[in-house]
Design a protein around this ligand. Structure first.
Ligand code: K7E
Ligand code: CUA
Length: 623
């Protein structure tokens, strides 16, 4: 979500909608205090005990991913991805600096866990950067960012990702913003409709290493692709995205992109795209094979969805696809079996730039009147769906089809429960909702506003994330945690699905600059280049004096020779804006230019032992 929605939905355009409920319905401000004793017991994780689940939630424009435990909702760790993070030295050492590619921020929206056979396999977490068109892979063996791919060519505004296919063949990506292509070409903004294009990209994932590369791209009209999801079961091999701005407006989108009654969802046959590229049907642009869906029939279909849809989510069976029009109080449920039939029967209601538009009535199963401002839907694997409602500040629980005739006549009857959240929910997450086997125990509501339900911290307020028990018929509010901007989406993983390492085994360290003994450490010079091989061990650096000349290019390779859990050493150098943090068994490299003449202390930045304060040294810079 963006602030756009805040103004749009809570603004004048939908005054009529709001008149009935308001942005924060009065009933929504009170929590079920009566239940608080049992809620406390259900979320209490005693000191020393561990949580049952990981919650990986996006840090939005912080560029990071946060890790919390469920049910305690305690923040455990921050995984820096698209932005430097001094706490772990990320973005200061040469390896991570290179991955960041000169960018100092990103905008993480949708974490996606890798899957095998439609279930989480605990290998990787993919996250997108909406701002700089990148996608990153975090390795769940060590919770470190291992690759950042991008900026993705021919693609601008990587919002519609990271949607992982059933066997992690691809991470699928669609563009939020359209630009003249190839990137770098200038066109008048007034010529938006004819000169600008969007793109759907298949990011190929190496099944062994997880290494990502751009596989293929499909050219689209300049709609603003929004959220997506991948198919499974009957919809295996397909993917779905919503869009807004089918009006193809290029200014004042708040008004101009909301004129039409419907916008288009894209239904993409990614297996066919892969095949078409193999068959040589692509045209190269910026090194990528681009497919034109008008020339390669069967790749892409459009489907009209009411009123600026946002979320689109495939259910665990792969048959039902729920899309929510944020300006209309219903969630549209599409039947993939009907979609396939409509495609086979060529049951179209027109076309847009050569892409057939499926007949809406032929593929819709029903419109569930969930409530105001519906955005995203998650599933518990027991036949129930849960839709977040931004305007209403609530979550609605409803039953998926098949519905009885009586239910079909009045879909109000499929709504089973509603719970208020505080306030203005964006995404919600149920563990495994995007797999064949959801856990169905907890739901986390990621709310855009906390409105001071916490100790005062000045005008810049955190978001709030609320833990809801969904194991019974009725949803129960359990806990409320404050989260830094801005959790869009999250993934929940069973704790026992992974077993992260605690040290890097010495035998695995293949860094050519690693040194394991004090006797191997030292300083060498060639010209104005100074190379330092340094050992870090409780509680000293070897060497602990380094002498250089002003203007020298200094490279320090630090090996933390510890093989003990949590024995981390940092190396911070005064007035050089340098701090790297080295985990046990790891070697990291920092490179900098020695500053003005003088003597600069360096010290260990991670409290590592009783003599941590003594872990220091001097960088002597001769004039
Ligand atoms: Cu709804 Cu970027 Cu998925 Cu924000 S998005 S909420
Ligand atoms: Cu090493 Cu503190």
């Amino acid at each position: 979500m963006t602030t756009r929605l805040t103004f749009l939905v809570c603004g004048s355009l939908t005054a009529a909608l709001l008149a009935s409920a308001g942005c924060n319905p009065p009933g929504a401000t009170k929590s079920a205090k009566g239940d608080s004793t049992s809620a406390a017991a259900r979320t209490f994780v005693a000191p020393g005990d561990k949580d049952e689940y990981y919650l990986f939630y996006s840090g939005g424009h912080s560029g990071q991913v946060y890790v919390a435990g469920i049910p305690s909702m305690r923040h455990i760790s921050t995984i820096p991805v698209f932005a430097p993070y001094p706490a772990t030295g990320y973005g200061f050492d040469e390896e991570s600096k290179k991955m960041l590619g000169g960018f100092t921020w990103g905008d993480v929206h949708h974490p996606g866990l890798s899957q095998t056979d439609g279930k989480y396999d605990g290998r990787w977490l993919f996250v997108n950067d909406n701002a700089n068109n990148r996608i990153a892979r975090v390795d769940l063996r060590d919770f470190k960012t291992r690759q950042i791919l991008g900026p993705i060519p021919n693609s601008s505004g990587n919002h519609g990702s990271s949607f992982v296919t059933e066997n992690s063949e691809y991470v699928l990506v669609a563009t939020r913003f359209s630009v003249p292509l190839p990137k770098g070409r200038f066109a008048e903004i007034a010529d938006y409709k004819t000169e600008f294009n969007g793109m759907v990209s298949g990011i190929k994932v190496d099944p062994k290493s997880g290494e990502m590369a751009v596989g293929w791209q499909i050219l689209t009209p300049p709609f603003n692709w929004d959220l997506g999801s991948t198919g499974k079961g009957p919809s295996s091999g397909w993917a779905f995205w919503t869009s807004y701005n089918s009006e193809m407006a290029h200014e004042t989108l708040e008004a101009n992109s909301t004129q039409g009654e419907r916008d288009y969802a894209a239904i993409v046959n990614w297996r066919a795209a892969e095949q078409a590229v193999k068959d040589g049907k692509g045209t190269m642009m910026a090194g990528v094979a681009i497919l034109d869906p008008a020339k390669v029939p069967g790749l892409m279909y459009f489907l009209a969805v009411p009123k600026s849809p946002h979320g689109i989510d495939t259910d665990p069976s792969g048959r039902w696809i729920a899309a929510s029009g944020k300006l209309q109080p219903v969630t549209s449920v599409f039947d993939f079996e009907k979609i396939q039939k409509a495609i086979a029967d060529r049951n179209f209601e027109g076309e847009v730039r050569g892409v057939p538009v499926l007949k809406h009535d032929a593929v819709i199963e029903g419109e569930v009147p969930v409530g105001l401002g519906p955005l995203h839907t998650q599933y518990d694997g027991k036949g129930n769906a849960y839709t977040s409602m931004y305007v209403e500040s609530a979550v609605a629980k409803w039953s998926l089809p098949p519905w009885t005739d009586a239910q079909k006549k009045d879909l109000n009857t499929v709504i089973l429960d509603k719970i208020p959240v505080h306030f203005n929910i964006g995404h919600l997450v149920i563990g495994g909702s995007d797999t064949k086997a959801p856990y169905g125990q907890y739901l986390v509501a990621m709310n855009k506003l906390s409105k001071g339900r916490h100790l005062g911290v000045g005008p810049s307020q955190p978001e709030s994330s609320q833990l809801i028990d969904i194991s019974g018929n009725k949803m129960t509010m359990l806990y409320e945690a404050y989260t830094e901007p801005e959790p869009h989406f999250a993934q929940i993983l069973k704790a026992d699905a992974i077993s992260p390492i605690e040290v890097y085994p010495k035998a695995e360290n293949t860094n050519p600059h690693a040194v394991w003994e004090a006797t191997q450490a030292g300083v060498t010079r060639s010209g104005n280049k100074v190379d330092v091989k340094m050992v870090a061990i409780r509680s000293r650096f070897v060497p602990d004096t380094i002498e250089v000349k002003a203007g020298d290019e200094v490279t320090i390779h630090v090996t933390n020779v510890e093989q003990t859990t949590d024995m981390i050493h940092g190396l911070g150098i005064a007035e050089h804006d340098m701090n790297i943090v080295v985990d046990p068994g790891e070697t990291k490299t920092m490179t900098f230019t020695a500053g003005k003449a003088g003597v600069y202390p360096f010290y260990c930045t991670n409290f590592c032992s009783a003599l941590h304060q003594e872990m220091q040294g001097y960088l002597a810079v001769r004039p």
